[in-house]
Design a protein around this ligand. Structure first.
Ligand code: AMP
Length: 607
């Protein structure tokens, strides 16, 4: 039976490439495309163990002789069992010397048998530098099959979404070149430049490819929004890679809607758009004055409340498509507000190292999203992570052995370890996941947190998830007052003794960008609520005086955009930017401090 599945797998990329033809296909053909995709999904998820074992065998057959792997197989026997006994579980730092040697010109065969086509830049860093992750043509295709399968599942869920266009805000970053001549770029940059994107998904997008490929993110954003507005009646999907990009898009729209309207009204493109690709692409779309369209957009944007602005501007939108889990969950309420209740679809969980899983229930509420792992992209193992009575994932691994994909247990927390077709062997990605269920035999995981993202003053350890949960509770105090907490970050301020947690909150009134009147009593209540929500260790240290009262610094609207600009100027891609829930850089703290309009502390008497 599973041999049949493997035959299917070799065809998956070919079959899924037919997805872009959906627009031109007849109803019968569309049905067939969906059926093919769903059959593939059923086969993948029903044969998890077999596909995983076969994949590991294949990886070892090809790569056991490499300099990196051969030292773990002294007697030459490189089977799946000896792989698990002999090959160590590693982090990036362990494999970095090999990657650096390849980047400096040595043959990639020291690490893997197949040719590296380029490196991917991960947003994770090592020693301040972005991590370089090898990519082969084959590993790229595997990622694509997950992306396309996910797209198919989402479209199937929303009838009629095949008929229109996607307003997807996509951006690229300049590539780097390593001394060996191999390029290094973010995955999104690489993907948007491929023929499969240009001839495939890009055909659904309102943004002309040249506006996506423009290196100036501001010109690119302006032109992409302009084309999206010009085609507003055709747009059925709104999205981007991460929710943070959409938050930035809405802010840009607030700042530029008048100018966008004026371009539409006059038929002339603003003269600060000087990128030749953008100018050329826009000359084909912005061909005449359209006073009527400009007036309708102006009327919508002049409305005092921007609640539901997305659906008002693009009335046929069926869903908003972007990653909204993990550190992106802080944007859920913002997108719910501006989206006016359109479903938020968090489609996929992946990283530069590998693609992991897709969301098979696109209509799940953002905080209930789980990703079903697909067994054909990489060989997965899971390190059990200990948890306390409150179900909180701790930083430490247990002494338990790693388990295979097919053997994870419902309700348990794990850190994911990957062995890829592109030279990573038992590599810890740094993400903690929780098993929430199974689809056929394939486990489904909720993204819990990025390991090591913690606030800590003493022995207390506050994870990204703890912080997010505590802030969600405090938000409940603000919401009835019409105050929105649009984004947040934090840092452990140890410049004084004892140190304290400092939270930065960007607040605004619902329906306008006005800064709310900050009532000290209410803000203190919020500080208390956050502290109350932290764990026993935090509270006992706070009570014992080892931690000072928590501080909330309110920053003005737009301050977090400056933080993003700062990270983008350091080389982070806009498309892959994730606002840090915890700041490690002094410069970043200074940027947020410069937008501060008020600070509040937990009352001394609290504990
Ligand atoms: P990068 O390698 O720069 O693309 O970053 C990959 C990391 O982004 C992952 O290891 C996760 O920590 C995070 N990430 C990617 N997809 C998701 C998702 N769907 N939900 C939460 N976090 C995600």
């Amino acid at each position: 039976m599973w041999m049949m599945v493997l035959v299917f797998l070799s065809d998956i990329f070919f079959v899924l490439l037919t997805v872009p033809t959906i627009v031109m296909a007849s109803e019968k053909e569309i049905k067939e495309i969906y059926e093919n995709g769903m059959n593939i999904l059923e086969d993948l998820t029903n044969n998890v163990q077999e596909i995983q074992e076969q994949l590991l065998e294949e990886i070892l057959k090809r790569n056991a002789g490499t300099e990196y792997l051969s030292r773990f197989f002294p007697n030459g026997q490189a089977d799946n069992q000896s792989f698990k006994t002999n090959v160590p579980i590693i982090t990036y730092e362990d494999i970095q010397p090999y990657i650096d040697r390849i980047a400096n010109g040595e043959t990639s065969s020291i690490l893997l048998a197949y040719r590296i086509i380029q490196f991917l830049l991960s947003t994770g860093t090592s020693g301040g530098q972005p991590k370089l992750i090898p990519m082969t043509a084959e590993s790229f295709e595997k990622r694509m099959s997950d992306l396309l399968l996910s797209d198919l599942v989402t479209r199937k869920c929303f009838s009629g979404s095949d008929e229109g266009k996607s307003l997807y805000l996509y951006f690229i970053k300049p590539e780097m070149e390593t001394p060996s001549g191999l390029k290094a770029s973010f995955f999104t940059t690489f993907y948007f430049k491929t023929e499969s994107f240009k001839n495939g998904l890009a055909k659904f997008c309102t943004s002309p490819i040249d506006t996506i490929l423009c290196l100036d993110n501001k010109q690119s954003m302006f032109c992409q929004l302009l084309t999206g507005l010009l085609q507003r009646d055709e747009v059925v999907r709104f999205g981007s890679t991460f929710a943070s990009v959409l938050a930035r898009t809405i802010k840009f729209l607030e700042d530029y809607w008048r100018e966008l309207c004026s371009n539409i009204r006059t038929g002339y493109l603003s003269d600060w758009i000087i990128d030749p690709g953008c100018k050329n692409a826009m000359s084909l779309i912005l061909t005449r004055p359209n006073r009527e369209l400009a007036n309708s957009i102006q009327q919508i944007c002049e409305d005092k409340s921007w609640e539901g602005i997305i659906v008002k501007l693009w009335p046929k939108i069926k869903y908003i498509h972007c990653i909204i889990t993990g550190s992106m969950s802080q944007y859920v309420s913002l997108l719910e507000f501006y989206g006016g209740g359109i479903p938020l679809v968090s489609p996929i969980y992946n990283s530069s190292e590998s693609s992991f899983g897709i969301n098979l229930k696109p209509l799940s509420k953002p905080f209930d999203v789980s990703y079903t792992f697909l067994p054909n992209t990489a060989y997965f193992e899971f390190l059990p992570v200990s948890k306390d009575g409150e179900g909180k994932a701790q930083e430490t691994w247990t002494d338990d052995e790693p388990v295979d994909l097919a053997n994870v247990k419902l309700g348990r927390y794990y850190e994911v370890v990957v062995t890829t077709l592109a030279g990573l062997y038992r590599y810890t990605v740094g993400d903690v996941l929780k098993v929430t269920g199974f689809y056929n035999k394939s486990p489904q995981f909720q993204f819990v947190e990025r390991r090591n993202v913690v606030l800590s003053i003493d022995v207390d350890k506050t994870t990204e998830e703890d912080l997010s949960k505590a802030i969600m509770k405090a938000k409940l105090i603000l919401e009835p007052l019409g105050i929105m907490l649009t984004t947040y970050s934090s840092y452990a301020d140890t410049s004084l003794t004892p140190g304290r947690y400092v939270l930065f909150w960007e607040l605004k009134m619902k329906g306008s960008n006005d800064l709310p009147k900050l009532d000290a009593k209410i803000m203190e209540q919020c500080c208390c609520m956050v502290e109350e929500s932290f764990d026993f260790t935090y509270k006992s240290h706070r009570k014992g005086g080892a931690i000072s009262a928590l501080e909330v610094r309110v920053v003005k609207h737009g301050t977090f955009d400056e933080l993003m600009d700062f990270y983008v100027s350091k080389g982070v891609s806009v498309a892959q930017y994730k606002p840090p829930s915890c700041l490690k850089s002094e410069e970043a703290v200074m940027i947020l401090n410069s937008g501060m309009v008020g600070k509040f502390f937990s009352p001394k008497t609290m504990f």
